[in-house]
Design a protein around this ligand. Structure first.
Ligand code: NAP
Length: 300
């Protein structure tokens, strides 16, 4: 039975993925900043600042899924916060690699999260594909460093990076925050409302990770976004519709969001489409391809 070690496995994506892997009969472990001896999934501790990983976490691991990362939209991008965002993604991957090097017990696969922010926070009619370069803005450079840290494993094992769009889930992430005003009848587009909002249902994202584990021919970066392209105003309208609430208010001005949220506001105010052709060509199919159906299930 293959063993999968998930860094940041306690989070939104890691919890959903763990459930799916366990259901498929796979053995799952988590690597976390806090050890939880009684957790349903064996959880081992690492301390990034001290450069320590519990060696038991790495024994007999077949695949590593690297999900650890402080929330990019959670706080303003001060210098200190940018360092936390970087170290929780990049220094963690480097630390893990150094620890595996000590024993030489390489996994077969290293799969890392990344974001469609790789292509930058900009609104355009361009549909980005995996061959295109990273953007020069902070999110683009963060994703580049994150993917480089994963690519450093390539000499020893198969590497896949899943460039993930906005993850829609009931329990956390962006959806509960975006839906909160709509629940009060205050749904409205954000900024111009014309920015694209690539999205993925959390169940499909977990299935994409499992697919990447199971398909040894997959290598490198893959855009992970549902087939239905929507702009922010259409997304917000669908949210209001799913909640049976009105949608008539004027747009929330971009300057107000920038004043309140700072840098992270760009993540909601700008966006372009990404092509999912590469992951589809690998044999992946979406269980939730349409936004209306996805939201109806998640917002009930
Ligand atoms: N959700 C999305 O819409 C989305 C979109 C694109 C990419 N991603 C990426 O996918 C990954 C997982 O996302 P998620 O939504 O599951 O995030 P999440 O719920 O915030 O979970 C991330 C996990 O990372 C660990 N973590 C948090 N801060 C850390 C720090 N400072 N140092 C080390 N570890 C830290 C935590 O695990 P412990 O507390 O157990 O240590 C946490 O449970 C993240 O890297 C995220 O950037 C997410």
């Amino acid at each position: 039975m293959p063993t999968i070690l998930i860094t940041g496995g306690s989070g939104l994506i890691g919890s959903q993925l763990s459930k799916l892997l366990l259901k498929d009969g796979l053995s799952v472990r988590h690597l976390s900043r806090s050890a939880q001896p009684d957790a349903a999934v064996p959880t081992f501790k690492w301390d990034i600042a001290k450069g320590i990983v519990d060696p038991r976490a790495l024994e007999g691991v077949d695949h590593i899924v690297h999900l650890s990362g402080a929330g990019i939209a959670d706080e303003r991008w001060t210098k200190q916060r940018m360092q936390v965002l970087y170290s929780s993604r990049v220094e963690t991957a480097d630390l893990l690699k150094r620890e595996v090097e000590k024993t030489g017990a390489w996994p077969r696969t290293f799969i890392s999260a990344s974001g469609v922010n790789y292509y930058g926070t900009l609104t355009s009619d361009h549909v980005f594909t995996e061959e295109e370069p990273s953007a020069n803005d902070f999110p683009g450079q963060l994703c580049q460093a994150w993917e480089d840290a994963a690519a450093a494993w390539t000499a020893q094992c198969r590497v896949v990076q899943l460039r993930t769009s906005v993850v829609l889930a009931r329990e956390g992430g962006a959806l509960p925050k975006l839906a909160a005003p709509a629940r009060w009848g205050l749904a409205s587009p954000l900024g111009s409302g014309t920015q694209w909002m690539p999205w993925i249902h959390v169940e499909d994202l977990a299935r994409a990770y499992l697919h990447a584990i199971q398909h040894a021919e997959m290598h490198g970066a893959y855009n992970i976004a549902a087939p239905e392209d929507v702009r922010n105003r259409d997304f917000m309208r669908e949210v209001a519709h799913a909640l049976r609430r009105p949608f008539f208010l004027p747009n929330v001005p971009a300057f107000a969001l920038r004043a309140v949220l700072g840098g992270p506001s760009e993540l909601v105010l700008e966006g372009s489409r990404v092509s999912n052709a590469k992951v589809v060509a690998s044999g992946f199919s979406f269980r939730h391809p349409e936004l209306g159906e996805a939201l109806a299930g998640l917002l009930q």
